[in-house]
Design a protein around this ligand. Sequence first.
Ligand SMILES: Cc1ncc(COP(=O)(O)O)c(C=O)c1O
Length: 298
Amino acid sequence: MKEIKKIWFNGKFIDWKNAKVHILTHTLHYGGGVFEGIRAYKTEKGTAVFRLKDHIRRLFYSASCLEMKIPFSQKELEKAVLNLIKVNKLEECYIRPIAFFGYGKMGLNPKGVPVDTGIIVWPWEAYLGERPISVKVSKYIRIHPRSTVADAKICGHYVNSILASLEAQKAGFKESLFLDFEGFVAEGPGENIFMVKNKKLFTPSCGSILPGITRDTIFKIAGDLGIEAREKKITLKELKQADEAFFAGTAVEICPVAKIDADLINKGKIGEITQRIKNLYQKIVHGKEKKYLYWLQF
Ligand SMILES: Cc1ncc(COP(=O)(O)O)c(C=O)c1O
């Protein structure tokens, strides 16, 4: 990984190479940390962070699920993100805020363990590339909502995602797809899934998934394109017979699905509605849609 100049850690800008933690960091052992993935884009008026407030709000929601008290306010972290991008002179980047139980005490109950907070920024291309991708349905199910708080972005949840990603890549697929505990389609290891059927847009209901901010963006903009969008329980058969399918998330942006297991979707090509959503999403994040400038923090 290419070094970037500065990392924000517990209120200070420190050198990339000095951003280290103790081996007894609580979260390293037990996974009880929370994080976010945000993007900043180049616009005509300079660099802008997309839906920063919403991401930081979700970070605090995730922390509250673990009774973790982040020792900064939401405003302070928003400001820190903007300053960090400035300090590192990045025009576009991925942004990773993280809060975790640090060094001080072991044992599963994190009460009394100091909370550390960091923000890292680095340039990162669309996570799954630009081309339609192959997807393998995982033998693992998405974390059960009664095993954890499924709609929080908690570090430990991502072991589920790591296992599915390893499985998919071993079988020669680019990405994985989880079903939920009832056998309905849930989401990818780091992104939500959408399908198009008869010109309408569908995505799995909340319950087992991380309800993404990109997913929310798509709901809000679908109307502008005259596309009806709604949540529903989706069976794997329905998804495989969809006219189009795509993943959506901050890291992957809008990523068309070419194939699920052995079944081609839209003959392996990006579909018309997917393309329209992708185009509008790119315009919005790059500050080219006045109506949505309120989502950008310059
Ligand atoms: C499991 C999971 N689902 C969905 C998403 C998409 O969320 P967002 O659109 O907020 O990036 C992510 C990324 O954070 C994720 O990790």
